[in-house]
Design a protein around this ligand. Sequence first.
Ligand code: FMN
Length: 253
Amino acid sequence: MPELEGCTGYKYINETAYHRDTIKETLRPAIAQVDTFKQYPDAEKIELPRNWTLKEARITPLLQKRRSLRKYLMEPISFDELAFILWASQGITGKSGDYSFRTTPSGGALYPVETYFSANFVEDLDPGIYHFDVEKFALDKIRDGDQAEAVASACMNQKFMARSAVTFLWSAVYRRSMSKYGNRGLRYVLLDAGHICQNTLIAAEATGCGGCPVAAFYDDELNALLGLDEKEETMLYAASVGKKIVAEKQCKL
Ligand SMILES: Cc1cc2nc3c(=O)[nH]c(=O)nc-3n(C[C@H](O)[C@H](O)[C@H](O)COP(=O)(O)O)c2cc1C
């Protein structure tokens, strides 16, 4: 539909896509780096306490331990664990009028991000590509067979992804946000994806898993793997998740 294609936000997504054949020629503007930590040398400094008394904060160790994990135990995750992680990422937690609110916030409650995943090593679930039907809390099987290598290859040959139990693949239906907010809606789409990925990673921690977010991929290849209509919906973000290797269960991959 031309009104979307004509938008700055839509052009930005297309102009920043990676393609296997042209990636080497993709020009990056020469932009100077700055320090990671901003300093206010003249400001009064007020130290923060580290001995919080929030004993009920069960989320604290999950946040503390989260690290991008690229080596996984050769063990499946259970179907229950997968369901929990999906629920944590975007599950419906409340209703008001026509709105169904979810575990993650969304600009205007428009929920432009769709969740797919490659099931590589999940108990009681055949390998393949699935779509998460948020409304029905169900899965749609959209591609049969082991797609772990195909996903890793499309993610610029990041081999650790093929050894994960699951790789989550998040796409954006831009129209959902941009029909209301115009070009600014693109910001909201990207922010939504960040919320969803972070919830996924924290839920993964809670199930004895670790994960690694991935944004380096050949857009067209993942779009094709998911069978997306690129005029309406394109890949945004991914994360591989698998069981953590703990000291007594070291496993050489
Ligand atoms: C937007 C984004 C894209 C990323 N893409 C990749 C990626 O393609 N491959 C990868 O191995 N790690 C990727 N990472 C993980 C970062 O390298 C990692 O978050 C960073 O080094 C900080 O380490 P930590 O996550 O362990 O705290 C990505 C992280 C973010 C937030």
